[in-house]
Design a protein around this ligand. Structure first.
Ligand code: ADP
Length: 245
């Protein structure tokens, strides 16, 4: 596809053309003040469009957490601009950043972060508690999200009675239930055995095929290879890796 100005229009999956990218970094950088100062994330341009499945890979200390915190609006760049869904996040007040994060980003962490004494259904439904969604609707959507991750039969189970793979699927349901623009996953298979890791990765691939935008951070090259795009971080420098095939 070519635009009238002659430039190529990149129509990503799921009708990304015409919509602002989910993530747009314009010379984003993060330096920790120190002393001595650490340039943990060097100036970087990065565009992630709707429907992308991007893996971010790098060894320990390379800057992955710094990237996660920036992309997840948990930290702000010390230079450059970060646009999320076209919104320039640098101009937002703290409360607005928090609200934007809550609405647009679903987080999935290595260690699940579930409430141990609440059922799977409550864990998922509670993710919407700060929204104006009525309780019945929260419960309905939580059930739907749990069905989507294959846990429709486990809604009343406590996390302590679930396998690691089931816990991570609850966490994915919780991340999805607010219908975010972006699923931001930090080592989502890091605490799982091989079989459960494969189940979770297959689930993420299915969600990608349904149009979800996914960014997955990992130190594991095999996990990174499951993305449709991979960017590598080394010493705070982020580089796009060549596409396989
Ligand atoms: P990774 O997640 O890949 O292990 P990090 O993003 O945590 O890497 O760290 C990148 C670099 O920034 C490392 O050199 C680390 O020591 C440094 N760093 C991380 N957080 C801070 C901080 N709060 N203050 C100073 N240096 C930091």
């Amino acid at each position: 596809m070519t635009r009238s100005d002659g430039t190529a229009a990149v129509a990503g999956p799921d009708g990304a053309a015409g919509r602002p990218p989910v993530i747009e970094f314009r010379q984003v950088a993060r330096t920790y003040p120190g002393p001595p100062p650490v340039e943990a994330f060097r100036p970087c341009d990065l565009t992630i469009r709707h429907g992308d499945f991007v893996t971010v890979v790098g060894p320990s200390g390379s800057g992955k957490s710094t990237f996660l915190n920036l992309a997840g609006l948990l930290d702000a760049p010390t230079a450059g601009a970060y646009l999320l869904d076209g919104i320039d996040t640098g101009s937002l007040k703290d409360a607005d950043r928090t609200a934007l994060r809550g609405r647009r980003i679903g987080f999935v962490f290595q260690s699940f972060h579930l409430m141990p004494h609440r059922s799977a259904l409550e864990n998922v439904a509670l993710a919407m508690v700060y929204r104006a969604t009525p309780r019945r609707e929260r419960t309905r959507r939580a059930r739907e999200a749990l069905r989507r991750v294959g846990l429709g039969h486990r809604v009343d189970a406590l996390p302590s009675r679930m396998s690691g793979g089931e816990r991570q699927r609850v966490a994915i349901a919780r991340a999805l239930v607010g219908r975010p623009s972006l699923l931001l996953c930090d080592e989502p298979t890091g605490n799982l055995d091989t079989a459960n890791a494969q189940t979770v990765l297959r689930l993420l691939e299915e969600l990608h095929h349904e149009g979800m935008t996914i960014v997955l951070i990992t130190h594991d090259q095999e996990v990174a290879a499951r993305g449709r795009r991979t960017v590598a971080i080394r010493d705070g420098v982020l580089r796009e890796e060549a596409m396989a095939g």
